[in-house]
Write a protein that binds this ligand. Structure first.
Ligand code: NAP
Length: 246
């Protein structure tokens, strides 16, 4: 059993989650990736993390399932003897205007982004409480703070993530467990690749720093929040958005 600290990152096969996993691997964490997408992409990411000299386990699991996440967390805790850091990053979008949004589009986004974060905080948080140590970072979004036309489901899920973060921070603080959030703005990943070019340009115009963010910009904030440099911070949200929300 490696002496390294363990970081569980959901949705770490690609995009922001992968950048977070690589950054935490550079800090010496063994990585546990919980992702529901392509196993091939997960295996590529696994090799990249392992090349940094730490271990990387991959579990295919849908974070929106209470039961699946419960048994997965049990298995991981037994294997790894605890989890030091949990990053709830897995997320999806299903954008459309209010008046045409289907019930399914609303339910799916809430199930993955909000309930998925609850599931993981619930199962991993229990173990951290028993151990009296640990650190949780939830990935929200600027639109959870300011709303966005065409993203009622997504904005509601990400606002809910901030509620989970603050409630978890208050509940877990007496046992020394910190819970914070990062709210990225417009970050270049597969999630934003599908947006139309003119929409992207219009978005960049609204960003004071006039550029799209990188997954590494978000990973830097996560690395700070889990470090001892942030040991007096809990219940906070770091906006990584080039100044969009201030
Ligand atoms: P991404 O490139 O789509 O990556 C998300 C990862 O999560 C994918 O590997 C995806 O697998 C996985 N995933 C999706 N549903 C899952 C589930 N039910 N269970 C487990 N894993 C699941 O997205 P990203 O842009 O890196 O976003 C990461 C996080 O940042 C999300 O929470 C997102 O809402 C948030 N965020 C992103 C931006 C941005 O501009 N990109 C801005 C603000 C916030 P698949 O291969 O199946 O999709």
């Amino acid at each position: 059993m490696s002496e390294n600290k363990k970081a569980m990152v959901t949705g770490a096969s690609q995009g922001i989650g992968k950048a977070i996993a690589l950054r935490l691997a550079k800090e010496g964490y063994d990585i546990i990736n919980i992702d529901y997408g392509s196993p091939e992409i997960a295996q590529e990411m696994q090799k990249e993390v392992q090349s940094l000299g730490v271990s990387c386990d991959y579990y295919k699991c849908d974070v929106s399932s209470f039961q699946d996440t419960e048994s997965l967390v049990k298995e991981c805790i037994e294997k790894h003897e605890g989890i030091d850091v949990l990053v709830n990053n897995a997320g999806i979008t299903s954008d459309t205007l209010f008046s045409v949004m289907s019930e399914d589009a609303f339910d799916k986004v809430i199930a993955v982004n909000l309930k998925g974060t609850f599931n993981m905080m619930r199962h991993v948080g229990r173990k951290m409480l028993r151990k009296r140590s640990g650190c949780i970072v939830n990935i929200s979004s600027v639109v959870g703070v300011m709303g966005n036309a065409g993203q009622a489901n997504y904005s509601a899920s990400k606002a809910g993530v901030l509620g989970l973060t603050k409630s978890g921070a208050r509940e877990f603080a007496p046992r020394g467990i910190r819970v914070n959030a990062v709210a990225p703005g417009f970050i270049e990943t597969a999630m934003t690749d599908k947006l139309k070019e003119e929409y992207k340009q219009a978005f960049i115009e609204k960003i004071p720093l006039k550029r799209i963010g990188t997954p590494e910009d978000v990973a830097n904030a996560v690395a700070f929040l889990v470090s001892d440099d942030a040991s007096y911070m809990t219940g906070q949200t770091l906006m990584i958005d080039g100044g969009m929300v201030m």
